[in-house]
Design a protein around this ligand. Sequence first.
Ligand code: MN
Ligand code: MN
Length: 464
Amino acid sequence: MSEELREKLFDKKENGWKTVNNEEMQNILDFSKGYMNFLNQAKTEREFIKKAKELADQNGYRDIMEFETLKPGDKIYFINRNKSMYLAVIGTESIEKGLHIIGSHVDSPRLDLKPNPLYEDTEMAYFNTHYYGGIKKYQWTTIPLSLHGTIVKTNGEKIDICIGEDENDPIFTITDLLPHLAQEQMEKKLKNGIDGEDLNLLIGSIPYGEKGKEQVKLNILNILNEKYGITEADLKSSEIEVVPAFKARSLGFDESMVAAYGQDDKVCAYTSLAAMMELGEVKNTAICILSDKEEIGSIGNTGMESHMFDFFISEILNKLGINKPNLLDKVFCFSKMLSSDVDAGFDPIYASVSDKTNAGFLGKGISLNKYTGARGKSGASDANAEYVAWVRNILEKNDIHYQIAELGKVDIGGGGTIAYIIANKGADVIDCGVPVLSMHAPYEVTSKFDVYSAYRTYKAFWNA
Ligand code: MN
Ligand code: MN
């Protein structure tokens, strides 16, 4: 009797792997292979957008600027300064009924080179860095690091660099003190153990020529000049990112998880992009946002706070031939959005920071956050119950495993996404992403089950 009642009344929160049949297992593993392969070629926002454009072009999407007019079924995109991208499939329904938006970000925590990065000290050459986003600095020392980025010369010529990913490439690293001499360092608080100003990348040690000042630095510049035709001054107009040289790998004896750099938020960016590539005819116009600068507050002209997104939607309204005053506001007011960003996965080793009944677990499917924010929900975009029910209905109808969670215990957790930005325009928005362990670390962990659930969720949302 009580078992029957339990079955009927309890929210099951079942481990997703228990429900997977052989065919689904194969789909999950195949999908995660594609995901890991993509991650290995897209570690930075510029690389992600470049790969996303290739995929979009292959799947019949074209730059909106090539269109005079638009009609239902058209597949379009707009690339903003090579760092963010918006894609759309024009729906059969009037666009005034609202957009169905899925928005993620393609930037991840990392180290950026300073504008004057190169220096020599005691015949060792270094690149000075300034970290980007919320990192635990000690995690970035003594690991293999690679350099990715773009150098632009004054004549406009662009040089893309990627060193440290190929097996035959050299890598770089940031050194740390040996334990024997680290008594003082070990007494420091963890957050002060490594100083931000000391995150200096070791890049060379052979001097050029017999005498003169800074011969090692000269040798590095000579190598860079021979390889890329640049001088020290050209580094001023460059954006070079230092990222872990690790490859994405399957994790565990059972290969159930993915370990990789940059899964926040490339896991949601990739799964939503993959879902969009498979869309046919849609009712509501489907929008996929791949944004930049989320990790430092979504500001600037490639961040979600910029008006570039409004410009893209206005351009759609113009080219549909229906634009009129305030139509953009109206479209946003009737729009629905999944803010697809990662959630903190429950980690049993650090259980004390989470409320177990309100945490996102690895392997239990896509994780919804009704709100984020911190200390009395401050700064949260709190999804309305009506909208949560609408999203639940899609998930349950499509038999997709999901969980609803908070990011950490009350007064401990908190964190923002791009949800509030689109909510402020009037759309219904809920955070909805993959739970991650070791978020913001050089190597982050996700469950392949959840990755596949995210892909299924995003596809179902657009097809709703
Ligand atoms: Mn994120
Ligand atoms: Mn983040």
